[in-house]
Design a protein around this ligand. Sequence first.
Ligand code: PSU
Ligand code: MN
Length: 305
Amino acid sequence: MNLKDYLYILPEIESAVKDGKPVVALESTILSHGMPWPQNLEFAKKVEQIVRDNGAVPATTAIINGKLKVGLNNEELELMCRGEGVEKVSRRDLPIMIATSRTGATTVASTMILASLAGIRVFATGGIGGVHRGAETTMDISADLQELAHTPVAVVCAGAKMILDIGLTLEYLETMGVPVLGMKTEDFPAFYCRKSGFGVDYAAKDELDAAKVLKAKWDLGLQGGVLIGNPVPEEYALDFDEMSAVIDHALQSAEKDGIKGKHTTPYLLAHIVEYTGGKSLATNLQLAYNNACVAAKLAVEYSKL
Ligand code: PSU
Ligand code: MN
């Protein structure tokens, strides 16, 4: 088998990785299944620019006609953002997408896989998947958590939405041996809000401090990733109680509509945007920009260690 038969890395990214220069992976499910068109296209371009402005090369990932793409051209970015016929692809879907030459957007889990195959160690996203509320009966636990346990990529996120059981998500990560850092905070963030009510394992003072944790983990040969919770900037944070009510409402309609499995997260995300009249989208964009900025700085510091 030749990896090159499957994996297509843009030349700029491939040479940056080869030369040990900083690269930041970016996911595409946030584009195709997490944000509305056409705001998602503007977002996709801006988030890449922020990575560049902070000294790293951006690498948005996707599966196009069965090919694993690390780095997308403008046409491919637009394809992901329009989202027509673009499936949501997590770990279990990857081999099927390849074998059937289909097109799909990568989740946190599958972006980590593509990043790792390409030699990229740092990845910025919005929020991660986790243990869903009621998972004790549904067993709905995102594959993102297992990926963090096994694949050596650091994921910078704004925590997890309260569509999830954040306490159980953190318990799961502890069991799987995934270090959870806060970027300049003791609190694990809750996506729209800066605090979830749960703490992190270590409050990193800055990107260099966090980069040292990555280096120590991987120097020791400990498998898996590191999760970095980076809270939404104060001025864009939303009210905790107000968002809790919105999320409860979204969860109730998902239950009423019988939504299950991989459709649950996109359904909830779309309903939250609808209920808040776009206010939550503005926060979502800003927190993701902020994550891209921190991830780029983290990749720069890691590349110097
Ligand atoms: N949570 C968000 N925004 C997102 C996602 C999760 O706040 O866009 C996306 C990410 O791609 C994540 C995926 O990896 O949903 C998780 O889906 P699931 O719960 O089906 O594993
Ligand atoms: Mn799920």
